[in-house]
Design a protein around this ligand. Structure first.
Ligand SMILES: Nc1ncnc2c1ncn2[C@@H]1O[C@H](COP(=O)(O)OP(=O)(O)OP(=O)(O)O)[C@@H](O)[C@H]1O
Ligand SMILES: [Mg+2]
Length: 389
């Protein structure tokens, strides 16, 4: 049983890190028996909350299922994520998510209220975040009523950094999220950002230098050393965070295949502009009136610092927070080449891959994946894409 607030007993570390070895027929209910702080909802509770999963209440669709807005009997507004029944990949993530965040709470992490396991149903119940996810609002192509001022963007960057610093440095064992990206940053009504989706997270005991693991994450946010060698450290999250900061300041996604080839990759563009002394050109011009241009450029440099190709050159999340708050200087002499996706891309042969795909698969030293979905070869690794992600 869990007795501590911010620590995991060894059994739960093993459980969270071993989900990949389990099959789809595992007894999920047994797995969840010893998890405290989590409410088990009945399927009927959630049917009532969503008016029988009415299509009008659907607010999102991810690779593992649909998300509905609902109101529980006690009036609590929730987001209800229904996993596709036939996804064994989703089942592993389902258990990891519950195991990892059942015991931690922070203002910059989404709140998981509970779950439902009944028959084939696997459902997660989160606090509802009124202002949705960054990919739909700030980076979406459709209309968005939110005016993302510089003040709001600064608040989002700092909040995400806080949440990540907490996972990396305050929780024991440390948690590596592995899927930091715009669609996993949700905003509440006063634009406090909340990191969501802990399905790929790994608990990282502090005596280890890295974990060798299956590669999982989202194209465009993956640190090169992790993508190439499957060696996972907290620095992989910091790389993804760096890419996210660039997206927030530039107001565009990290890849945009509609642009001319040499402008498609944001990280590459920002680095090029930095070297040519034109960083202001990368600041989203929709906030031209209120932006603190000096600070916005400083944030772009912090994004570059986090996305450098050598993991040891990337700062820790607590240092990133201090830099964002202007409490410590950013030493520009430390700034070196970013780990560029396009360099990896030169070697890749992609079959059936989609932009923004979350995937998991095996690194080149491991046996190939057993997930059985579309095989995608990327450099000299085998990835297995998760359909639709
Ligand atoms: N707690 C929440 N409050 C409000 N909206 C949410 C919440 N959780 C998810 N959503 C909405 O549902 C969408 C789908 O979320 P989901 O995590 O299933 O997939 P995703 O992050 O978009 O993609 P992926 O499958 O690659 O993780 C989000 O983009 C967001 O708009
Ligand atoms: Mg998500």
């Amino acid at each position: 049983m869990f007795t501590r607030c911010f620590g995991y007993p060894k059994a739960s570390v093993d459980r969270a890190n071993n989900q990949n070895n389990r099959g789809s027929n595992m007894d999920v209910s047994t797995e969840l028996l010893d998890i405290e702080n989590m409410r088990a909802y009945t399927y009927k509770d959630l049917r009532v909350a969503t008016e029988d999963f009415r299509p009008e209440n659907k607010i999102g669709q991810g690779g593992f299922g649909s998300v509905y807005k609902g109101t529980l009997q006690d009036g609590l507004l929730v987001a209800i994520k229904v996993l596709s029944a036939d996804s064994s990949q989703g089942l592993r993530e389902f258990l990891t998510e519950i195991t990892v965040i059942s015991d931690i709470q922070h203002e910059n992490l989404v709140k998981l209220h509970g779950y439902c396991v009944e028959g084939n149903h696997r459902i997660l119940v989160y606090g509802y975040l009124k202002n949705g996810s960054l990919d739909h609002t700030l980076l979406g192509s459709g209309h968005c009523s939110i005016n993302f001022t510089w003040e709001i963007r600064r608040k989002i960057c700092i909040g995400v950094a806080k949440g990540l610093a907490y996972l990396h440095e305050e929780v024991h064992p440390h948690v590596i999220h592995r899927d930091i990206k715009a669609s996993n940053i949700l905003l509440d009504e006063d634009f406090t950002p909340k990191i969501s989706d802990f399905g790929l997270a790994k608990l990282f005991p502090s005596h280890l230098t890295h974990i060798s693991t299956r590669i999982a994450g989202t194209q465009g946010y993956l640190a090169p050393e992790y993508a190439m060698r499957g060696q996972l450290t907290r620095k992989a999250d910091i790389y993804s965070f760096g890419v996210l900061v660039l997206e927030i300041v530039a107001g565009r996604p990290n890849q945009n295949r509609l642009l001319p080839v040499d402008e498609q990759y944001l990280l590459e563009r920002v680095w090029q502009e930095y070297r040519e002394g034109g960083l202001e050109r990368m600041v989203d011009n929709s906030m031209i009136e209120d932006v603190d241009m000096y600070e916005a450029c400083r944030y772009l440099k912090i994004g570059l610092l986090c996305s450098q190709s050598l993991p040891k050159s990337r700062p820790s999340m607590s240092d990133v927070m201090k830099m964002l708050n202007d409490e410590i200087d950013l030493n520009e002499k430390d700034l070196s080449d970013p780990g560029l996706l396009s360099e990896l891309a030169k070697y890749k042969t992609v079959k059936n891959n989609t932009l923004g795909t979350t995937f998991s698969g095996s690194g080149m030293h491991e046996n190939s994946s057993s997930y059985g979905n579309t095989e995608t070869s990327y450099a000299n690794m085998n990835f297995t894409t998760v359909t639709g992600r």
